[in-house]
Design a binder for this molecule. Structure first.
Ligand code: SF4
Ligand code: SF4
Ligand code: SF4
Length: 324
């Protein structure tokens, strides 16, 4: 093979590889075939924290006492011992529920069970997994190496490490379906939805929950609506209530590729502390960039092969000249 032919072949192959890497950006993943999730309606939440307590019972986690008074679980945020927490938005006099000005509102924080989860995409040992049928995202401690990359990749700051334990682990809401619990596989609903007295946390098929969320946000404020409790496909009960002024926005329908846990509210989501997110999932962007980078790595690899060829050829030429 002549040197010129080799270089031509090298450059041609590299251009093809780089081109392929540039154009093939992967799209967001679609919701799982039988995706389940939850709908949290902030306007129905009364801040009772029954869901927080039940979550601890299901996951066998201790109370977190943050105010020094040994009275009750007072966790203010997610941690290695708290997978679900209720937060409060307050403005001015904080006198009117669900009002942005001089009002207050509740907001639930737990894993959103992203449709295209960043934590699954970045985990180097597949300790984070997305169930292809239900879409539930679970962490598997037996496979985890504790690198904590999932913590950095989550837009909701959900995975938490047990820093106060000698052999700490990552913890997050598993939608009550981890090994040994498996409430969903057994046909039960999540613990938090089961105990919620108002239906503010509703469990069920993502498709039905999204339809319910859109129905509610389109209702006329002041009208009456029959709100279901428990599982959207077989509600345990209903209660009639005046319709609040919902924001025309279902959080989780599209954000970062969508989530299986969706929220609706009368207060804007940025005020409730939700992050600014586009519709493209971080996982799809990161994986497209990775593929491009790996394609580009072909260029230095081929250049190195070319240089090796030239050096060996010259060395052989010199050796042959010396022997003569
Ligand atoms: S909210 Fe965070 S931890 Fe939960 S699935 Fe999405 S990226 Fe993963
Ligand atoms: S689904 Fe289960 S683990 Fe997740 S917040 Fe609700 S009770 Fe806790
Ligand atoms: S149990 Fe329901 S009403 Fe009570 S804090 Fe949790 S989501 Fe809100």
């Amino acid at each position: 093979m002549k040197r010129r032919d080799f270089l031509k072949a090298t450059l041609g192959g590299t251009a093809a590889l780089v081109g392929a890497g540039n154009v093939e950006a992967r799209p967001n993943l679609e919701p799982a075939t039988e995706a389940v999730g939850m709908l949290y309606d902030s306007t129905l939440c009364v801040g009772c924290k029954a869901c927080v307590s039940k979550c601890k019972e299901v996951n066998d986690m201790p109370p977190v006492i943050e105010n020094g008074e040994n009275a009750w679980d007072s966790a203010r945020d997610l941690s290695g011992d708290t997978l679900n927490v209720i937060k409060v938005y307050r403005d001015g006099a904080a006198a009117v529920k669900d009002a942005e000005i001089d009002g207050f509102a509740f907001e639930k924080r737990s894993c959103m069970h992203c449709v295209d989860p960043g934590c699954v995409s970045v985990c180097p040992v597949t300790a984070m997994r997305r169930n292809p049928k239900t879409g539930i995202v679970t962490h598997h401690a037996e496979a985890c190496i504790g690198c904590r990359t999932c913590m950095v990749s989550c837009p909701y700051n959900v995975p938490q490490f047990q820093y106060n334990e000698l052999f700490g682990q990552i913890h997050k809401c598993q939608m009550c379906n981890q090994a040994g619990v498996e409430r969903i596989d057994k046909g039960q609903m999540t613990g938090c939805a089961e105990v919620c007295p108002t239906g503010a946390t509703l469990f069920g098929s993502r498709k039905l929950l999204l339809e319910e969320a859109k129905r509610r946000t389109a209702l006329k404020p002041g009208d009456s609506y029959n709100y279901p409790r428990g599982d959207i496909s077989k509600p345990e009960s209903y209660h009639e209530k005046e319709v609040p002024t919902y924001k025309p926005h279902v959080w989780g329908e599209k954000e970062a590729g969508g989530t299986n846990v969706m929220h609706i509210s009368s207060v804007a989501f940025d005020k409730l502390g939700m992050p600014p997110l586009g519709e493209r999932s971080a996982a799809s962007i990161a994986e497209s960039v990775q593929h491009s980078v790996y394609s580009f790595m072909a260029l230095p690899a081929l250049a190195l092969a070319g240089l090796t060829y030239v050096v060996r050829r010259n060395t052989n030429d010199e050796d042959e000249g010396g022997d003569a």
